[in-house]
Ligand binder design. Sequence first.
Ligand SMILES: [Zn+2]
Length: 317
Amino acid sequence: MTSPLHLVRHALPFTRYPYRGEGMACNLCGGTETLVVAETDRRLKRLRSVACTGCGLIRTDPMPNAAELDAYYASAYRAAYQFALGRRPPRHHLNRSRREAAFRADLLSPALRPGARVLDFGSGSGEFLAAARGRGCEATGIEPGRAYGAYARAEHGARVLDRLDDLAPGEAFDVVTVHHVLEHLRDPVDTLVRLAGQLAPGGVLYAAVPNMAATGKPPHERFHFAHVHGFVRETLDRAARRAGLVPHPAYRREDTTVVYRQADASDGPDLPTTGLAQDLAAALGTVRPGAYVASGAWLRPMVRRNAKAIRDTFAAR
Ligand SMILES: [Zn+2]
């Protein structure tokens, strides 16, 4: 049960999140040496993020354990994930999901042929499943959030399973998608390996994560308690390579939104990512919360974020 005090401790700026966490080796290369890249997150709470000096993968340090992450989703995310305020997901979520699903379906257009078998890992409210079915594909979702899974089944008539293990043995897919999920996982590389294992010969895997090297907003805006891993182009590609995947040249790439194909003998060895942690530490720097608040620079992003939520809420269906 979440106490009001626990919620307050999750929301109060300039304080640490109420979690103990644990030390963890890099999920991508197994390294344990790191550089600090941030001490503050987008809510101006204290949250340490480090980059692995071996490969550049960013992670929260200490890493929340599985129970602590569950507790976070059960408290801070409850309204959004359990539809506490109604039987449908919040409308601004649905509108945003619909836009993102249309973008993803367009990007994957050549692969979404009639009859293609599609697997969406982390299918949420099912907008991409609906888009794939609209193109004549057979779509399956995996969604651990019970309320979202139930909504996708009821609203879109989609096949949605709770876990990957619930797939039939040997089931294979022509298209696998994982959209803004990997950054939430303690074991993103292992998950990519498992997802790549579901590909039929010649299949493609779409992976999208936030780009930690994105410019255009203050660095700390890229950090979020729920995002326990952070990727840039190089580390997403290297994680995909660990899963036997390489970028597919026939598809348009947008930084950390990539369509991968299965690697073959001609693809050569892994790319080195030496020096990436140093580059990230320099680019992301560390925001001093006091100076940031005094500067007033937080005002514009806050207004923009609220305006976006309002626009998404009232956008025409
Ligand atoms: Zn590493």
